[in-house]
Design a protein around this ligand. Structure first.
Ligand code: NAG
Ligand code: NAG
Ligand code: NAG
Length: 320
């Protein structure tokens, strides 16, 4: 029975993808719904990388995933887990494929006894890609006021055809060389900067496979970031003929320096306060410029007593 349900869900997921995906275009919107008796949840981008726009775990209508459920299991249609958007964004943004463990997503049950589902909308955003062979120098670059944000990187080898350079076969045959720390190392060095030059070698990245001639692959985006202190307004603006695409909006506090001047210690101590929201995207996407209020009245208060700020990361793209 469970197996049967599972395969129906997987089929449903696949159908949804086919219906809403337009693989020939970047920036296409996708929607995936998975019922809570499935154990995995998969988001995929054929072109570009995943950017999660909204995510809901719970139940807000009685139709979705209602097959085989009793009326009691569908009784509450105003049930959703807080922080689902943050959880899904953290695991999926910037990847081409993202497989979520439903038992992790459903670890905190917002409404016991009710049958729930995970409903996600995401876009496939074209990132900048770069590849550089071991011992070379790589330069990431963003034009204008945009800054680098590393989505994903690997120092290792995953193909026999890249960075061959007349190397003996034993040095290129291992195509399963992956280094989990590469993304973080690059992010620490390059995020927030305009340009970033890095030598591609073992000193910088460590050596995930000593016998192999390696290379670095990076995908990154060039984004604008605007920060607005609590009770002020965040403003976004794109050049002529371009429109805003909000990549991520987070209301809270993650360091002790932003929006800290003149504030008592107690109001800036909690740096683990965040609330990711799709509200900014809903109101600003597609506009040339936009102003959005950074206040708890809009987002709810994720940490009472802490002085918060709104951080919006956005892209600008041609409107045609
Ligand atoms: C996903 O998008 C659809 C259509 O735009 C919308 O009806 C739905 O509420 C969205 N899902 C979430 C979780 O916001
Ligand atoms: C539905 O679940 C939410 C979240 O647990 C709860 O706050 C609400 O009171 C429930 N509503 C009904 C009608 O049971
Ligand atoms: C790797 O690059 C760094 C500079 O970023 C340099 O100091 C170091 O000597 C290089 N290591 C090797 C093994 O080439």
């Amino acid at each position: 029975m469970l197996l049967l349900r599972l395969s129906t869900t997987v089929l449903l997921t696949a159908t949804c993808l086919l219906l809403t995906a337009d693989f020939s275009r970047a920036w296409s919107g996708h929607k995936v719904v998975t019922c809570d008796d499935a154990n995995v949840y998969r988001l995929t981008c054929n072109t570009g990388v995943i950017n999660v726009r909204s995510a809901l775990y719970g139940r807000v209508n009685s139709e979705t995933c209602s097959e085989g459920r009793s009326p009691q299991q569908l009784a509450n249609t105003s049930c959703f887990q807080q922080d689902t958007l943050e959880a899904v964004k953290k695991q999926c943004d910037g990847r081409k494929v993202c497989v979520l463990d439903m038992t992790v997503i459903g670890a905190f049950d917002p409404c016991p006894g009710i049958s729930k589902y995970l409903d996600t909308n995401y876009t496939c955003v074209p990132p900048a890609h770069m590849t550089a062979c071991e011992h070379s120098l790589i330069h990431l670059r963003c034009m204008g006021e945009r800054s680098i944000f590393v989505e994903n990187a690997n120092y290792g080898r995953q193909a026999e055809t890249i960075c061959v350079d007349e190397r003996p076969y034993p040095e290129i045959e291992n195509t399963r060389c992956i280094s989990e720390t590469t993304t973080q190392i690059l992010a620490d060095r390059c995020n927030g900067k305009n340009t970033c030059g890095i030598e591609v070698n073992n000193t910088v990245f460590g050596d995930p496979c000593p016998e192999t001639y390696k290379y670095l692959t990076v995908s990154y985006r060039c984004q604008y970031r605007t920060v607005a202190c609590e009770d002020s307004e965040a403003s976004m603006k794109c050049g002529k003929g371009h429109i805003i695409y909000v990549y991520s909006a987070n209301y809270g506090r993650s360091d002790q320096t932003t929006c800290a001047s003149g504030r008592p210690e107690s109001e800036i101590q909690d740096v683990r306060c965040s609330k990711f929201s799709s509200k900014v995207a809903e109101s600003c996407d597609g506009k040339n410029s936009c102003v959005f209020s950074a206040s708890s009245a809009v987002f709810g208060d994720p940490c009472v007593g802490t002085y918060k700020y709104l951080t919006v990361d956005y892209l600008c793209h041609g409107s045609s």
